[in-house]
Write a protein that binds this ligand. Structure first.
Ligand SMILES: [Zn+2]
Length: 478
């Protein structure tokens, strides 16, 4: 029979247990709720175009190929709240990023192409504008151009999302503290090589005049630690993860790391950071499942940085992870190996072996398309397949589509080269696309921290905007 614990040793064990409990809470001791119940630190992560199947394929890949989980699923969703959000525009059953971001930023339904303008002609104040009123620092981080629709809807009110000069001018006026992404071409004065601006204003100089530090590569970004920062890391959109020069170009993870450092520095009023991976949408338009997976991983690592921050400041931090819409109607399915028969022996369903085939792909379909150019030759196509798509063979109809630059179907028609290569990958891996553009599939919203419970349930994207605005405004502003 085991000896009962003496009173002294029992006290000793209780003492140890209390010490451990105190140590475990030590990281939270500086985290105090704000008086009005609003979060002091807000992260909004947007996987542009990322539907449930995008997340699930990325998760299955992480699980089977890398034996790792995902922060979005294992931390944010499991510890926080999950909601389902509808995404249609006011004038269309499938949305674009401008109408969706307008709803999510301002809380009203908008027409396709409109930015920060409601379909009823009103202008809705955005959650970021409320954050500014509260004195919070603001961050806009994306691997798209910084003036692309999704970040711009949080700052601008213009009828046309393509008014890039107007959007950049508005950024200068509102002056968010941290702006990181692509799109240098709209900051260079008209006439300078690489410029696509409508006027002769040197916008980088204009931002520097407003005390911004300008950085143009990964190393310079890693070195800035305080003040306002404008970082432009490519002429237009930034690179897909598969193609990115890891030495010189920062990823969404690198930009998020810098943004947290800059926004948190000497900041008693907190911050609102909008952080987007546009590459998930861009890859889906090109039916590029490998890029979806690799870019989702980098996005998830960025969410991981916010999760670490939340663990230090749990009573003050809100993390929201959402998508604006689904792109591509993506999913693993069972498919015929070829069109010779409908017998079971001629069918294949997605498997772990298919994930391994995806792992062997060496470049994005965007890069493959650029390499083949607008007049591809059969020899160049053969070489491309040998070099970057080992084990994949192209069906004759898709080879013809590439060489003649013809769309492969009514719904898969964005770029014949990329879409035919995407269908080649589908034929070998059973992960198929319904479309090369946006669908009406509802998307997931995951939230953790202060106010996260408001994002539970099933709601429209305009209601998402209202919820986020109410959370940021706090109890005193309702
Ligand atoms: Zn899109």
């Amino acid at each position: 029979m085991p000896r009962p614990l003496s009173f002294v040793s029992l006290q000793f064990f209780i003492g140890i247990a209390i010490t451990f409990a105190l140590l475990a809470n030590a990281g939270n001791s500086n985290s105090q709720p704000t008086p009005n119940g609003a979060p002091k630190y807000v992260f909004l992560f947007l996987s542009d175009g990322g539907g449930m199947a995008h997340l699930e394929i990325a998760r299955q890949y992480r699980q089977h190929i890398h034996k790792e989980g995902m922060v979005i699923v294992d931390k944010i969703m499991k510890e926080g709240s999950v909601g389902v959000m509808t995404t249609h525009a006011a004038n269309s059953l499938s949305t674009d990023s401008a109408a969706a971001a307008t709803a999510m930023a301002g809380g009203c339904k908008a027409n396709i192409g409109a930015l920060g303008m409601c379909a009823d002609g009103t202008v809705a104040v955005s959650s970021m504008e409320i954050a500014r009123q509260r004195g919070m620092k603001l961050g806009l981080i994306t691997n798209s151009t910084v003036y692309d629709a999704s970040p711009a809807a949080f700052v601008c009110h213009v009828p046309n999302r393509k008014d890039f000069t107007g959007i950049v001018n508005r950024y200068l006026e509102m002056a968010p503290d941290v702006i990181l992404g692509g799109g240098k071409e709209q900051f260079l004065p008209k006439g300078q090589p690489g410029s696509r601006r409508d006027d002769a204003t040197d916008m980088i100089a204009a931002f520097e005049k407003k005390n911004y530090r300008y950085v143009g590569n990964k190393e310079a970004l890693a070195q800035v630690s305080k003040g306002k920062v404008l970082g432009l890391f490519s002429r237009s959109d930034m690179s897909m993860e598969l193609d990115r020069d890891k030495q010189s170009e920062p990823s969404v993870y690198d930009m998020t790391s810098a943004a947290i450092r800059l926004l948190h520095d000497q900041n008693p009023r907190g911050f609102f950071a909008f952080i987007e991976s546009e590459n998930i949408d861009s890859a889906s338009h090109l039916t590029d499942v490998a890029s979806v997976i690799h870019d989702y991983r980098e996005f998830d690592r960025a969410v991981g940085l916010a999760y670490e921050f939340y663990r230090k400041y749990p009573r003050e931090t809100l993390i929201v992870v959402a998508s604006d819409h689904e792109t591509g109607g993506l999913g693993f399915t069972e498919a015929l190996k070829d069109l010779s028969s409908t017998k079971g022996s001629n069918k294949a369903a997605g498997s772990v072996a298919d994930l391994k085939k995806i792992e062997s792909i060496g470049i994005s379909l965007q890069k493959a398309t650029q390499m083949l150019g607008l007049s591809p030759t059969a020899d160049a196509l053969d070489k491309l397949l040998r070099d970057y798509f080992p084990g994949f063979t192209l069906a004759p109809e898709y080879q013809e589509a590439i060489l003649k630059r013809q769309p492969i179907s009514r719904t898969i028609s964005l770029d014949p080269t990329a879409n035919a290569l995407g269908m080649m990958i589908a034929n070998h891996t059973q992960v198929y696309w319904q479309s090369s553009t946006h669908t009406n599939q509802p998307v997931l919203v995951a939230a953790l921290g202060v106010g996260a419970e408001r994002f539970k349930g099933y709601y429209d994207n305009a209601d998402f905007g209202k919820k986020l605005k109410a959370v940021i405004a706090g109890n005193n502003h309702r």
